[in-house]
Design a protein around this ligand. Structure first.
Ligand code: AMP
Length: 188
């Protein structure tokens, strides 16, 4: 299974992703985690990325596409993967499509986790990560609205988008995700 997880910062993608990869034995590809690791290791890519991350802005597409292209070529991705936080722009989605078509494969589903903006702000403000300061949170929400939300239309047109209500307990949301994925294999 090859799945993309889309949702605004604070929607709970990371928490749900952890559970999903265990249940379906998928590789977990979080570009946010990869960038934080690169930043902490002070690599050139990490230092460059931090200039954007610390401002709540998206890291340039060429950097992200190079990172994910290398990662997708690793053997553990053969068993299936969950892309968490990628793609985040139309250009990234197009680059992913090009990579997938070269491998003669495609996405099984793009899951959107929907959470109202007021709720996101409260969740993020309580989290305490370096990019969870109010100004930076606001900027990350703007980046989501302006650069990532257009992907919903993009994937809707490709008939792979599944929107899931992201309110409720972690268990409630996980059950919705699992039901949605189960429906994929049942012919309509
Ligand atoms: P996340 O952990 O997914 O919220 O990502 C944290 C930060 O890493 C984001 O605010 C961006 O600055 C950067 N980032 C992660 N994934 C991407 C991506 N696909 N494209 C651009 N920037 C990204």
């Amino acid at each position: 299974m090859q799945i993309v997880f889309i949702g605004p910062p604070g929607a709970g993608k990371g928490t749900q992703a952890e559970r999903l990869i265990k249940k379906y034995n998928l590789a977990h590809l979080s570009t946010g985690d990869m960038l934080r690791a690169a930043r902490d290791a002070q690599t050139e890519v990490g230092k460059k990325a931090d200039q954007y991350m610390s401002q709540g802005q998206l890291v340039p597409d060429d950097i992200i596409v190079a990172i994910i292209g290398e990662r997708l070529a690793e053997p553990d991705c053969q068993k299936g993967y969950l892309l968490d936080g990628f793609p985040r722009t139309i250009a990234q989605a197009e680059a992913l499509d090009a990579l997938l078509s070269r491998q003669n494969t495609s996405l099984d589903a793009v899951l959107e986790l929907r959470v109202p903006e007021e709720e996101l702000f409260n969740r993020l403000a309580g989290r305490g990560r370096a990019d969870d300061k109010p100004d930076v949170i606001r900027q990350r929400l703007v980046a989501y609205r302006e650069q990532t939300e257009p992907l919903l239309d993009y994937y809707e047109k490709k008939k792979v988008l599944k929107s899931i209500d992201g309110l409720g307990t972690v268990d409630d949301i996980f059950n919705r995700v699992v039901e949605t994925l189960a429906d994929l294999s049942t012919p309509a």
